[in-house]
Design a protein around this ligand. Structure first.
Ligand SMILES: Nc1ncnc2c1ncn2[C@@H]1O[C@H](COP(=O)(O)OP(=O)(O)O)[C@@H](O)[C@H]1O
Ligand code: SF4
Ligand SMILES: [Mg+2]
Length: 327
């Protein structure tokens, strides 16, 4: 087994062709996810979390230009041929979307949909695939799985549908599971159950997880490490305990400030609102993108873009926060 990261993203940039010209959505993002590790990616809406995640799974539309490197167990995915991508997508890198209904087919039973993944990717027979589908439904905590396997998506509640999506995602024992706000569309009471499923899967299957969320409770509950994104860039990354105790980027510190008990109750703590808007990236290539909103900006902040320095706790900032915050 390799000792390096399972997923290694280096200088990933994504630009969309739009009617108003190119739109830079992700700018030189670097991330690493170790074996069995849960990396949380947090940040306000529009900061590039989903675009980053989709580029890892090869799910971006044709209007996107992707640069940089995404390596899965040392295999380069950016620019890889269709066959390589097809064998990886859904099998070695699986994706759970925010809205399960949009990704389940309404005209097939859930058993058939999970079974198809197994038939296509692993070559199981129809019967074996059905048997395995029942096992997977049990694994994700669906009661009476033997009966539920013949249900159509509309017969299931939102929470149960999300469990089906997770069952489908882990059907082929992926190396990396990407969960993009997996609980955001669900009621708070149901969210906790879904998080329990993710936690159990990670413990039982040892799957590495990239967890996108804006819920700090979820982060503290599940993540080993956190990458904070702002305006298409990673501005800080650290071990989860370190980040909560000693946030160094003024943006992170601002996000955490209004969540005194973040981490104790999943589903109840949202990121703090910070005054101002997330800027358009290309507008200020040689400045810190947070400068307009930053309470501790210096002259250099609008003249030169800060970059992440290597290390365990990385921050891209000319004037980082140094005092620990109360959590
Ligand atoms: N298909 C697309 N075409 C053009 N722009 C897009 C597309 N998808 C996302 N974007 C833009 O990319 C930026 C990042 O979006 P996204 O990754 O979805 O943010 P979030 O952090 O909320 O997941 C946003 O400005 C968004 O409008
Ligand atoms: S680089 Fe400057 S403007 Fe940007 S976050 Fe740090 S202190 Fe604030
Ligand atoms: Mg998103």
């Amino acid at each position: 087994m390799s000792s390096g990261p399972v997923l290694k993203v280096t200088d990933l940039s994504v630009t969309f062709r739009t009617e108003d010209g190119p739109l830079s959505a992700v700018d030189r993002v670097s991330l690493e996810v170790g074996d069995g590790e849960v990396l949380a990616v947090v940040g306000e809406s529009g900061c590039g979390k989903s675009v980053t995640a989709m580029s890892l799974a090869g799910l971006l539309p044709r209007s996107a230009t992707v640069e940089g490197s995404v390596q899965l167990d040392g295999v380069e995915l950016i620019g890889a041929d269709k066959r390589t991508l097809r064998s990886i997508r859904g099998r070695e890198v699986a994706y759970i979307f925010q809205e399960p209904m949009s990704s389940l087919n309404p005209v097939f039973t859930v058993g058939r949909q999970i079974g198809e993944v197994l038939q296509v990717h692993i070559g199981l027979s129809r019967l074996a695939a059905r048997r395995r589908a029942v096992e997977l439904l049990k694994l994700v905590g669906i009661p009476s799985a033997e009966r539920r396997v013949d249900d159509y998506p509309h017969q299931l509640s939102g929470g149960m549908r999300q469990r089906v999506m997770i069952a489908m995602a882990v059907a082929c024992d992926p190396k990396v599971l990407i969960a993009d706000e997996p609980t955001t569309a669900l009621d708070v009471t149901i969210q906790a159950g879904i998080l329990d499923v993710l936690r159990a899967l990670r413990e039982r299957l040892g799957t590495s997880v990239v967890l996108i969320t804006h819920d700090l409770g979820v982060v503290a509950d599940l993540a080993d490490r956190v990458a904070v994104m702002y305006a298409g860039r990673v501005v800080e990354t650290a071990d989860v305990h370190e980040l909560f105790a000693r946030p160094q980027h003024p943006y992170t510190s601002g996000l955490l400030a209004a969540s005194p008990s973040a981490g104790r109750h999943a589903g109840t703590h949202r990121l703090n609102e910070i005054p101002g808007l997330v800027p358009v990236l290309a507008a200020q290539p040689d400045a810190c993108t947070f400068a307009d909103r930053c309470p501790q900006a210096l002259d250099i902040c609008t003249a030169k873009q800060p970059v992440l320095e290597p290390g365990g706790h990385q921050v891209a900032c000319w004037n980082p926060v140094r005092e620990p915050v109360e959590v």
